[in-house]
Design a protein around this ligand. Structure first.
Ligand code: FE
Length: 167
């Protein structure tokens, strides 16, 4: 490597790191939707989702605890993604976490959900989204019950409950 190439490489690397530090890289790498099987523009999502569903699924909003649709639901059935209808959670793994949000100790399949680190609060949390459309569902914490010890803390607005009797 010539000194000139070395300097050039160093400069490029330096710029890369600066861009990362400035938060430009995450913006570029932000889930554009292309990585998901179901992809829509915000305008298209707005047409098929209710405002609260759009706020939670597409803008990573969080609904109010206790005052939501499925927190207290104990009926047998399946919880589907409100965005793309992918089955995500079963009533078999739902439990009362007393947090005010529907909570599950496991998803229907590991393939149904994706996770990423969320730095919105001072401490990192693990964000959970639908693996098919990328819609934000909630977060997963490690204070759940056995056998997994996990608590999938979901927003009712991100889910559609399909009663077992309806199948
Ligand atoms: Fe989905």
């Amino acid at each position: 490597m010539t000194r000139r190439t070395f300097l050039k490489t160093g400069l490029t690397l330096g710029l890369g790191i600066t861009a990362k530090a400035l938060g430009l890289m995450p913006a570029l790498a932000k889930e554009s939707g292309r990585m998901f099987q179901v992809t829509k523009t915000d305008e298209e999502w707005r047409q098929i989702l209710k405002p609260e569903q759009f706020r939670v699924l597409r803008q990573e909003g969080t609904e109010r605890p206790f005052a939501n649709k499925y927190d207290a639901n104990k009926d047998p059935g399946t919880y589907h993604c409100a965005g793309c209808d992918l089955p995500l959670f079963s009533s078999d793994s739902k439990y009362d976490s007393r947090t005010g949000w529907p909570s599950f100790w496991k998803p229907i399949s590991e393939k149904a959900i994706g996770t990423k680190t969320d730095w919105k609060l001072l401490h990192p949390r693990t964000e959970v989204h639908c693996a098919r459309c990328g819609g934000h569902l909630g977060h997963v914490f490690d204070d759940g019950p056995p056998p997994t010890g996990l608590r999938y803390c979901m927003n009712s607005a991100a889910l559609n409950f399909v009663p077992a009797s309806a199948r």
